[in-house]
Design a protein around this ligand. Structure first.
Ligand code: ADE
Ligand code: ZN
Length: 341
């Protein structure tokens, strides 16, 4: 029975909307790029890298400290190309047909890298990924919310020549207090320039409900990355349900977690009628790994049914920043798959 469902999950056409390309640096690639680029990292072999992924609390901060190593080894356009191409290839193996992928900005520019070189590498991989694996995708440019609004404005300038290749902007990294307040002008400009808008509101952060409210009201985001704590406020729950603001949840886990985290809350979100989807966040940096594995473990540990898994997948296509025609096309593909099983 469960073997049958695993096959069903694996073959199902899927979308992923919340994944950071820098979170796709696999341990072996980390070691290889560190050596190639002469970057010192605190791990000698793959075992040590895997061991470093058992982030203690506070989980976001400790994860981001590890993540810093994955950023530092990325030095050239070729590195970005190889990273993204490998991710497209892996995503095709997962039967993912549509991706929205975040890339970080200040994290690279502040190390002296050149925006156009990094982005050219990523975007060449996107073209090659489409040609070689038939995967459609869009880029989301993430500003690091612990950096300044001025640097985000400069990055909007740098991104101008590539505007047509970038669907939206987002905010990630450390969740500093009331971060939305400083990005009001940046997001107003991004909206005027035609970018779609999202922001992380991570799990278990201080002031989370207020952060979500500020992102919705002040930044006018159209989507929230994570957004788990919406359900802690009946008022926010009603607002997010009525406007069908998508919430891109990532039930990631660490090697020593006994089971996937947040499975009960995700079910509650579904039952409340919220437009919640399942995503990997940083698949090379968590024990949860890639999308099929997450769904399989959600079934195993949270008794998620086939119907619930299909609903979550439908939600992902519905939440995507694509035309209504493209949405209808993917949803039809999904329904045909479900009907044929
Ligand atoms: N960078 C990569 N993943 C992130 C997350 N989940 N939250 C904030 N910043 C991140
Ligand atoms: Zn994220």
């Amino acid at each position: 029975m469960s073997y049958g469902l695993n096959d069903f999950i694996t073959g199902m056409p899927k979308a992923e909307l919340h994944v950071h390309i820098e979170g796709c640096v696999e341990p072996l690639m980390l070691l290889r790029l560190a050596e190639r680029n002469g970057v010192d990292i605190p791990y000698r072999d793959e075992d040590e890298v895997w061991a470093a992924q058992d982030y203690g609390e506070p989980a976001l901060d400790n994860f981001l400290k590890y993540h810093e190593n994955c950023l530092r080894v990325l030095q050239t356009g070729q590195d970005f190309y190889e990273l993204a191409y490998a991710f497209f290839k892996r995503s095709a193996e997962e039967n993912i047909v549509y991706l929205e992928i975040m890339f970080e900005t200040q994290a690279h520019i502040s190390r002296g890298l050149v925006f156009s070189e990094c982005f050219d590498g990523l975007n060449q991989a996107r073209r090659d990924g489409r040609r070689d694996f038939g995967i459609e995708s869009n880029w989301i440019m993430s500003f690091q919310r612990d950096h300044s609004a001025e640097s985000s404005m400069e990055i909007l300038d740098m991104a101008k020549p590539f505007k047509d290749e970038i669907i939206g902007v987002g905010l990630d990294n450390y969740e500093v207090n009331n971060f939305a307040l400083k990005f009001v002008e940046v997001f107003r400009r991004a909206r005027e320039e035609g970018y779609r808008l999202t922001s992380h509101c991570d799990c278990n952060q201080q002031n989370s409900i207020e952060h979500i409210r500020q992102c919705l009201e002040l930044l006018q985001v159209e989507r929230i990355d994570h957004g788990l704590h919406v359900i802690d406020s009946p008022e926010l729950t009603a607002m997010v349900r009525e406007s069908q603001i998508p919430l891109t949840m990532c039930p990631t886990w660490r090697p020593s977690d006994p089971a996937p985290r947040r499975l009960e809350s995700i079910r509650e979100m579904l039952e409340l009628g919220l437009l919640v989807s399942i995503n990997t966040d940083d698949p090379a940096e968590f024990a949860s790994r890639y999308l099929n594995n997450i769904f399989i473990e959600m079934h195993k540990h949270g008794s998620y049914t086939k119907d619930e898994i299909v609903r979550l997948t439908r939600n992902a296509f519905t939440s995507a920043w694509i035309s209504e025609d493209a949405k209808a096309h993917y949803l039809e593909k999904l329904e045909k798959y479900v009907a044929g099983k």
